[in-house]
Design a protein around this ligand. Structure first.
Ligand code: PMT
Length: 398
């Protein structure tokens, strides 16, 4: 899978730099061609000679060196299929998030037009610093894949999150990147995300606890797999996904979401992850209801968006229709029933008892399809997004 792939490895100044040497070995053994650039800090931890011995190529350090006429930063970033930053220090991530280019490595990131994987490495306090977390979110929403560090004893003597992922983990992330990268090239996808809101009066509404994290992660995974994605997202989404392949539409009510989805068709892929309010208030008021008047609400059913897409005639129906099932009991039975009733190829079943999943970073889900039930381990919402994108890619190939 990595044979013939060209990888640009950027090594920044952290003790974990020694692990990058093992990463080079794994990548080259698998047939990839690796070229490396070191920041001045990176050069303090591993020698250019070690890097050159393992890559078989010159290690790049200076912006203006002997072959400066080739415009190093442009040339190096253009000729790679993938950029890996390992280890990625807090300082380097801050620079990339701001779009600064004051040395070769940061300028390469600025000039690159290729996907990038970052392997952060730092002290636990630095990792948890809100300013750093903001920078990390910025690079993620600019399209970077972040392979999270581990919780362990750190080189500084403290214990906590911050130890760079092992070379084997980064190698797997690289393989997964190339497996996904083109799997959905040219496909059109629609993803619903977040919660809808249903107005009661001029100032009040009914909604639910969906943060939009899971739906956004799916949209990003599909975009990274090459699909052109329309993300139809509830207004109260906590997060806003961004990727060059992604177009976001914000909507308020279930009816607005239903309309936006149908106006975005045709598509090859539809994923309904939104927590759509099943009912709307049929006697909603345009003015603010006074407390003394009391609230006497009546409800009527909203359209079922997933069912309206899953049950389209064959020539209009997306080839992959994925729904969710958020249940507090009889998870699998209810998910199987929803799959049949709503015309889905796959239902992602998640147990939301006691506030689980809503607003959390991780999810524990089962895939319910025609071929049976597959229980997945607990994983980040980003990783579940990738698993769903992989399932869709193989479903479209069948
Ligand atoms: O947003 P997060 O905080 O990350 O939380 C993620 C999540 C819990 C919202 C997500 O993982 C999830 O379970 N989404 C589905 C929520 C839901 O409404 O489930 P449901 O079992 O009530 O609905 C079944 C399916 O029908 C869902 O795909 C839903 O989008 C769809 N539906 C429901 C009602 C309706 N009127 N139209 C629909 O399309």
């Amino acid at each position: 899978m990595l044979s013939g792939k060209r990888i640009l490895l950027i090594i920044t100044g952290s003790i974990a730099a020694y692990k990058s040497l093992e990463l080079i070995r794994l990548l080259t053994k698998a047939g990839a061609s690796v070229e490396a650039a070191l920041t001045p800090g990176g050069k303090q931890f591993v020698t250019p000679l070690s890097v050159e011995t393992l890559t078989g190529k010159k290690a790049h350090i200076e912006m203006w060196d002997d072959d400066a006429y080739e415009m190093n930063h442009i040339e190096l970033s253009r000729s790679a299929d993938l950029v890996i930053v390992a280890p990625a220090t807090a300082d380097f991530i801050a620079k990339v998030s701001r779009g600064e280019g004051d040395d070769l490595a940061s300028t390469l990131m600025l000039a690159k037009n290729k996907p990038a994987i970052f392997a952060p490495s730092m002290n636990v306090e630095m990792w948890e610093n809100p300013a750093f977390q903001r920078n990390l979110k910025t690079i993620e929403s600019d399209g970077a894949t972040v392979v999270s560090p581990k919780v362990d004893a750190l080189a500084c003597g403290e214990f906590g999150i911050g130890k760079m992922a092992e070379p084997e983990t980064l190698f797997e992330a690289t393989q997964q990147h190339f497996a996904l990268a083109t799997s959905l090239e040219g496909k059109r996808a629609i993803v619903t995300s977040g919660g809808t809101i249903e107005r009661i009066d001029a100032v009040r509404y009914i909604s639910n606890f969906s943060s939009g994290k899971q739906g956004n992660a799916i949209a990003i995974a599909l975009a990274k797999s090459g699909a052109h994605v329309t993300l139809v997202s509830g207004l109260n989404s906590e997060v806003s996904a961004s990727h060059p392949n992604l177009n976001r539409l914000s909507v308020e009510s279930a009816e607005d979401m239903h309309q936006a989805v149908h106006e975005s068709l045709p598509a090859d892929i539809f994923v309904g992850c939104a927590a759509v309010c099943d009912f709307k208030v049929s006697n909603a008021s345009d003015r603010k209801t006074k407390k003394a008047e009391g609230l006497n609400l009546t409800f009527e059913e909203n359209p079922d968006i997933v069912a309206s897409v899953g049950q389209l005639p064959k020539e209009q129906r997306p080839s992959a229709v994925v729904g969710f099932a958020a249940e507090t009991e009889n998870l699998i039975e209810n998910a199987q029933d929803k799959r049949r009733r709503k015309g889905c190829d796959l239902v992602v079943a998640n147990n939301v008892q006691s506030g689980a999943v809503f607003g959390q970073q991780s999810n524990t889900a089962s895939f319910v399809s025609e071929s049976g039930v597959q229980d997945l381990e607990t994983m980040s919402k980003e990783r579940l997004g990738q698993e769903i994108a992989s399932w869709i890619a193989s479903h479209l190939q069948d």
